[in-house]
Write a protein that binds this ligand. Structure first.
Ligand SMILES: *Cc1c(COP(=O)(O)O)cnc(C)c1O
Ligand code: SF4
Length: 374
């Protein structure tokens, strides 16, 4: 058995083991993991410092998960947008393909809480069905391997998938979403890197939510991926009590860049059943973006997005006060220090040529929101 498999097998999955280690009520944990499985890798156990800290909150089952009665299991309507099993085709030119439902840890806030860690996910022939769908759909140029966590697949299976995808001429990009480098760094082996390298361009978006997750071992694992020529991005979920704070978020973004990872998305938490105790206000995220933009490297600023309930896809949000007013003459701007600046438009070729009105947000701070005075 490969070393990382043994280490994964040393993870905590049984309520009694967790209760013994952390001094918790075993009955309560049992009541939760029946519906929502638990797994905590040795790396994550070692990173946890005290009860209720940001690492703990992400992985230790909380009875609040069971008290979330109203919410939906699949608010992004992924199941409704699946033409074949495990493939979500929401956007015109790219798809998401869930190749496993196993993860190194089961994040308590997971959007796919309805699926992850449960028995019997991928049935025989389903992967072939997904590949056949991609082959037939020449509009798809970008495929995202997700799950679950694709890096938990054994090397030979991952390679089989990558190889099959690369037989499809119109597929340009292969992306892979993973929490493995941050939670099971031992899985990032020279063999894995050598496999991925053969199928470039392969991008990886790694899941990180707190600066403490970037331990020296984790940074080394990320460095191996970067050395294999894989551009690394990060996806972060805004979580109450974990990272809903500008200073923590700035430290996280700086640690990511040090690990050669470019922050990509900061997600507003989804409405998924069993996770609503993690939600923050939208303003919390906007304030975090304001605290980063201009105040530190632009490389450290992710896109803040809401994945719209009902399957609308990711919608970017920017603090509303950068653009104070836009008309045919110019745009009135406020910078990160709240100082005002004016940028004049080029002269209109015809006096009646109208600018793209749709580019104007609902001009909250400039009053009437009309463009009558052009
Ligand atoms: C997030 C997502 C994508 C990729 O979106 P990008 O903005 O291109 O990163 C594609 N399909 C689905 C279903 C998604 O949720
Ligand atoms: S690693 Fe990702 S898919 Fe797996 S439980 Fe965490 S958030 Fe969900």
């Amino acid at each position: 058995m490969e070393a990382w498999r043994r280490i994964l097998a040393d993870s905590i999955v049984k309520p009694k083991d967790l209760a013994d280690r952390l001094g918790l009520d075993v009955k309560e944990i049992e009541a939760i993991v029946g519906d929502y499985p638990m797994r905590i890798t040795p790396t994550v156990m070692a990173t946890m410092k005290e009860k209720g800290d940001p690492i703990w909150k992400q992985v230790v089952p909380d009875i609040a998960e069971m008290e979330d009665f109203e919410a939906e299991a699949d608010p992004l309507e992924e199941d409704l947008m699946s033409p074949v099993p495990h493939l979500v085709h929401r956007y015109p030119d790219r798809v998401l393909l869930m190749v496993t439902n196993q993860c190194p840890i089961y994040c308590r806030f997971c959007t796919r809480k309805r699926l992850v860690g449960k028995p019997g996910f991928l049935k025989k022939g389903e992967l072939d069905q997904a590949i056949a769908y991609l082959r037939e759909h020449s509009e798809v140029r970008d495929v995202i391997l997700s799950g679950g966590d694709p890096l938990l697949l054994p090397d030979h299976l991952l390679e089989r998938i990558l190889k099959a995808l690369r037989t499809i001429p119109h597929l340009e990009l292969i992306r892979l979403g993973s929490r493995v480098p941050g939670t099971l760094p031992e899985r990032i082996t020279a063999e894995l890197c050598a496999i991925v390298k053969k199928y470039h361009p392969v991008y990886m978006n790694l899941h990180f939510n707190h600066p403490d997750e970037l331990t020296p071992e984790v940074k080394t694992a990320c460095g191996m991926l970067a050395d294999a020529g894989i551009p690394l991005g990060a996806q972060t979920v805004l979580l109450k009590g974990v990272n809903d704070d500008p200073d923590i978020m700035k430290r996280l973004m700086h640690q990511l860049l040090l690990a050669r990872i470019k922050p990509y998305y900061l997600y507003q938490a989804d409405l998924t059943k069993g996770t609503n105790h993690f939600r923050t206000t939208v303003e919390t995220g906007l304030n975090i973006i304001k605290s980063l933009q201009g105040h530190t490297s632009g490389m450290a600023v992710p896109h803040f997005v809401i994945d719209a309930p009902g399957g609308g896809g990711k919608i970017p949000l920017l603090p509303g006060d950068y653009m104070v007013h836009l008309d045919a003459a110019g745009v009135l701007l406020k910078n990160y220090e709240n100082k005002a600046f004016h940028y004049p438009q080029p002269p209109l070729e015809s006096a009646r040529e109208l600018p793209m009105v749709s580019a104007v947000p609902s001009l909250g701070s400039c009053g009437n929101g009309k463009l009558d005075d052009l």
